[in-house]
Design a protein around this ligand. Structure first.
Ligand code: PLP
Length: 382
């Protein structure tokens, strides 16, 4: 047999899996991978059980069950004041990950370029390469992680087919504001390029700020795929249900890909999510306060440690500078913290192609108060 010529020869196991595995082996508290250690709302679980028993166990429609697409469109209109067509502009996917992949495959071809801002979620670059394109990585620097618009302007060209943005941003907890979207719109205007906007943490925005979605930016919305995740919103990351909202023509191309990737996503979960979106809309509006309390609690608890916390404006992640504790590079530090002090974190350099010098790790605070308290206690003596 001929050896397989890998399409992703330099890609190993994702850092999230590596750190979660190390956490389990070391019996450490796992504040590395981004998932809650608490359960989805009981009414949602009840609706899943209802639909499983009620017979929603065969293939749902390829684009998603109608009630869920309608509920998504109604929610987009209620929250952002934008009318989207549930029939032609909303597609339910197996997690945001599948939506990101399909959107990339829909527009990036051989020799095309996609621009990403590092630190970036780890699925963007492989998705672009599998489509035959290449990513241009623009590094953002701590502590602000602000986009250098001149650098973006310099990288945009006739080869650019896609610009990928993510706000609220994993891992930095930073937000793009409306002004940022204006700058982006202005810069991409002359080019035949699309925008992929990863908005999986749309509801987790703190201190009274509002989430700036591309859907509410008329000019950007016309060339954007906006991607969302029920896993993040309903404390159910293991369900892998997400969706993509894009103009009709883009959605049609997106669906061409989606139908041959997963065809459709788990039926009873879709029906249950539709019920909950309609019957308990307050879940969405209380999510920001829910996670803000956790952010504040974790911040308070960590004051006894020598970690210096960076501002977190959204997401359920907290960056922390360990420079006062150690000069080790961040993978080594994260390994040491997990194995020796039983708290697992993610090294931030893992989100960069070429990391700038820094001593930062990412904590996930989507955890019960006891877990956060115990984690802070364990690191406070360092
Ligand atoms: C920025 C970002 N995008 C996408 C995803 C993937 O979402 P899903 O679990 O719905 O596939 C994650 C999950 O951590 C994420 O942080």
């Amino acid at each position: 047999m001929r050896r397989i010529a890998s399409k992703l020869p330099d890609v190993g196991t994702t850092i999230f899996t590596v750190m979660s595995r190390l956490a389990a082996e070391s019996r450490a508290l796992n504040l590395s991978q981004g998932f809650p250690d608490f359960q989805p709302p009981p009414e949602l679980i009840e609706r899943v059980s209802f639909h499983l028993r009620g017979g929603h166990n065969q293939y749902p429609p390829m684009a998603g069950v109608e009630s869920l697409r309608t509920a998504i469109a109604a929610t987009v209109e209620r929250l952002y004041g934008v009318a989207v067509d549930a029939e032609h502009e909303v597609t339910v996917t197996s997690g945001a990950t599948e939506a990101l992949f399909c959107a990339i495959q829909a527009v990036v071809g051989r020799g095309d370029e996609a621009i990403v801002f590092d630190p970036a979620y780890d699925s963007y670059d492989p998705g672009v390469r599998l489509a035959g394109g290449r990513c241009i990585h623009i590094p953002l620097h701590p502590p602000e992680f602000a986009i250098d618009w001149q650098q973006l302007a310099a990288q945009l060209s006739a080869r650019t087919r896609l610009v990928i943005i993510n706000s609220p941003t994993n891992p930095t907890g930073r937000l793009l504001e409306r002004d940022d979207l204006d700058r982006l719109a202005e810069l991409v205007r002359p080019y035949d390029c699309y925008v992929l906007s990863d908005e999986v943490y749309e509801h987790i925005v703190f201190d009274g700020r509002a989430h700036a979605t591309v859907l509410a930016h008329e000019e950007l919305a016309a060339r954007s795929f906006a991607v969302f995740s029920f896993g993040k919103t309903y404390h159910a990351t293991g369900w892998k249900i997400g969706y993509c909202v894009a103009p009709r023509e883009l959605s049609a191309e997106f669906r061409r890909i989606h139908q041959f990737v997963t065809f459709a996503s788990t039926a009873p979960l879709q029906h249950a999510l539709a019920d909950c979106m309609l019957q308990y809309p307050e879940h969405l509006s209380t999510l920001a306060a829910f996670y803000q309390r956790k952010r504040d609690l974790f911040g308070e608890l960590m004051k006894t440690s020598r970690f210096r916390l960076l501002p977190s404006q959204g997401t359920y992640f907290q960056l922390a500078d360990y420079g006062a504790i150690s000069a080790a590079e961040d993978h080594e530090f994260a390994h040491w913290l997990t194995v020796e002090h039983k708290v697992a974190v993610i090294p931030v350099s893992a989100f960069y192609r070429e990391p700038p010098p820094m001593t930062l790790v990412r904590f996930c605070f989507a955890k019960e108060a006891e877990t956060l308290g115990e984690a802070a206690r364990r690191v406070s003596s360092l």
